[in-house]
Design a protein around this ligand. Structure first.
Ligand code: CMX
Length: 132
């Protein structure tokens, strides 16, 4: 059903500081920064193997990442699975009783279609479906 881990999202207080570890110290390739107004975040993607690390810096304390950092501090924020036919997957999961945050996909970083599942259905992990 899920093809692979597309990316792991990490909430950070300061993108530049986080890059000094992920890019400069452990040497991951840095593919640039994108601001996603709708999500109130600035993100940096760093591919590693078949997946990517997504560093998320909040641009608004009231946004989802700002609220997460205020409550839990910096750390792993979400796990994104690559899927095909995201609309079908959302429909199937809904029929199985999984709590969806997004009933319909929206557009995320890099123009991907994304949708979130609620952590109350996933063992406390914010899960994203991602179709590229
Ligand atoms: N991981 C695990 N649990 C999380 C979480 C996360 N990232 N974010 C929130 N939660 C938990 C909270 O701890 C809380 O649990 P309890 O009810 O047990 O206390 C519950 O979810 C509700 O959280 P909240 O702080 O009250 O926050 P909201 O209800 O306002 O929103 C959520 C929570 C998940 C619906 C919201 O953050 C959301 O819509 N997230 C999806 C969008 C997002 O994260 N975008 C940024 C990513 C950008 C990108 O990759 O494109």
């Amino acid at each position: 059903m899920f093809d692979k881990i597309d990316h792991i999202g990490i909430a950070v207080g300061d993108l530049e500081k986080a890059l000094s570890f992920y890019r400069d110290q452990i040497g991951l390739v840095f593919n640039g920064i994108e601001e996603i107004d709708e999500q109130k975040v600035r993100v940096a993607f760093l591919p590693v193997g078949e997946s990517e690390i997504e560093l998320l810096e909040s641009t608004d304390p009231a946004g989802p990442v700002g609220k997460f950092i205020e409550k839990k501090g910096e750390g792993v924020h979400h796990l994104a699975f690559r899927v095909s036919d995201i609309e079908d997957k959302l429909e199937q999961l809904k029929e199985q009783g999984v709590a969806l945050i997004d009933e319909k996909p929206r557009y995320g970083a890099g123009g991907a279609k994304i949708a979130f599942l609620h952590p109350k259905s996933t063992g406390g992990v914010l899960v994203e479906l991602c179709e590229r």
